[in-house]
Write a protein that binds this ligand. Structure first.
Ligand code: CA
Ligand code: CA
Ligand code: CA
Length: 258
């Protein structure tokens, strides 16, 4: 009797193992590269989306629950007809600045869209779109008027965009004229912002300890942006300008140079 049970157990085990082997083989033969999120293919999957709110400056006509900027982070999750439907409203000419932290936006080398703005609501409300690197200046990359939400940043190579560069910040400014959408959700209603052309950040630490020395990140002469020293969480940040030999330290009074 025990022998029969043992045989049945072994037979089941062999069957499960062969299923598992088949799944491993199928994944090897047909790997899943891109993930379709909100109807758009994102090769980097869920990490392609914005990770941090840097600034949110809505104008009049925006109130709870449409004034929570964190709802623009991560993959799109808009649900029509629900209070606090997963979008944040900007108000007319309002501004939101988001940052990618585990990934960054880059060029694709062709005319395909690199950045996708998920804007929701009955009226299509466009925004002006700007991008920048950690230490660079804002670069205008057009707007989302005409019902298009995909931005091809390659078309701005030579007028601000650099091929293969890592862009970590996105700024959206609600484009006038006023499209309505009151009482509490005036202006563009942002659900999510994703980099289709996305570079996964390496797990490289920002500081390095080497032979007893602590090595800080270095800049090539640029002053760190004020936005990087705006909150109490930023105080104590340091970066070394190796060209002008200045140590920039973030304090409650802003960047201090040593
Ligand atoms: Ca991300
Ligand atoms: Ca492109
Ligand atoms: Ca959302």
């Amino acid at each position: 009797m025990r022998k029969i049970q043992h045989f049945q157990f072994m037979e089941k085990l062999m069957r499960y193992m062969s299923y598992a082997m088949m799944i491993v083989l199928l994944n090897f033969l047909f790997p899943v590269y891109a993930e379709e999120i909100g109807g758009v293919e994102f090769p980097g999957g869920a990490s392609s989306f914005a990770d941090e709110v840097i600034e949110y400056s809505p104008t009049a006509g925006v109130a709870y629950p449409y004034n929570i900027p964190e709802t623009a982070l991560g993959p799109p999750d808009y649900t029509f007809g629900h209070e606090g439907d997963g979008t944040v409203s900007l108000g007319n000419a309002g501004v939101i600045i988001l940052k990618f932290t585990d990934n960054s936006l880059t060029t694709s080398g062709d005319v395909s869209a690199d950045l996708w703005i998920f804007e929701e609501g009955p009226a299509i409300e466009p925004t002006e779109v700007y991008i920048k690197t950690d230490l660079g200046n804002w670069i205008s990359v057009g707007d989302t008027s005409g019902g298009t939400y995909g931005i091809d940043i390659d078309q701005f190579i030579g007028v601000g965009v650099v091929e293969g560069e890592s862009y970590t910040y996105v700024k959206l400014v609600d484009l006038l004229p006023d499209q309505g959408g009151s009482p509490n959700y005036a202006g563009a209603d942002i659900d999510a912002v994703g980099a289709i052309s996305s570079i996964q950040s390496t797990n490289k630490p920002e500081i390095r300890v080497d032979s007893g020395y602590v090595n800080l990140s270095v800049t090539s002469g640029e002053t760190p942006p004020e936005a990087d020293c705006a909150t109490s969480r930023d105080h104590g940040r340091m970066v070394f300008d190796e060209i002008n030999q200045i140590l920039h330290i973030c304090s409650p009074a802003g960047w201090v140079d040593k």
